[in-house]
Design a protein around this ligand. Sequence first.
Ligand SMILES: Nc1ncnc2c1ncn2[C@@H]1O[C@H](COP(=O)(O)OP(=O)(O)OP(=O)(O)O)[C@@H](O)[C@H]1O
Ligand SMILES: [Mg+2]
Length: 160
Amino acid sequence: MIEIRTSSAAQTEEAAAALAPALRPGDLLLLHGGLGAGKTAFVRGLVRGLQGDENEVSSPTFALMNRYEARLPVFHFDLYRLSSEEEVLDLGFDEIFFGGEGVCAVEWCEVAGPLFDGVPAVHVTLRGDLEERTILLEGIHGTLDTGRLVRNGIRFRDAG
Ligand SMILES: Nc1ncnc2c1ncn2[C@@H]1O[C@H](COP(=O)(O)OP(=O)(O)OP(=O)(O)O)[C@@H](O)[C@H]1O
Ligand SMILES: [Mg+2]
């Protein structure tokens, strides 16, 4: 588990960009954290790190899913407006989550209930307040670009 501390949205974006080299087709990122925690900011940085156009990134609160072209296609979900695993399945999202084509990043994944239980995924947990946010990364299988963190003055540690 890697623990990162950020003091601005820009730093959260750069932290996400540093994760990009560790991502492969089929990776599933489950984003945990309440309203305004920085989940969408994290996805913006991820798209930047994957050489996509970060300006295309917006919250898919109403669209439910956005797709961005990048080194790997990024499927950005926001399940906030849904209410059950059944609804998620009815929309066919499971085929995208588990389809292996690109990278899926899912905001409000808790709405899908047990759908993600036991599924291999990168868990990104964001918490904190205006002064400082903590980002926990669990389940990454590649190497984080720590040089990028250092260049951006972002504090991090390997928390085992
Ligand atoms: N260290 C930080 N990291 C991320 N965002 C921060 C930080 N400090 C302040 N912010 C602000 O917090 C807000 C995060 O918004 P964002 O849309 O990314 O949250 P979210 O988790 O996607 O929320 P929602 O659940 O509504 O989709 C932005 O306004 C951003 O500027
Ligand atoms: Mg959001």
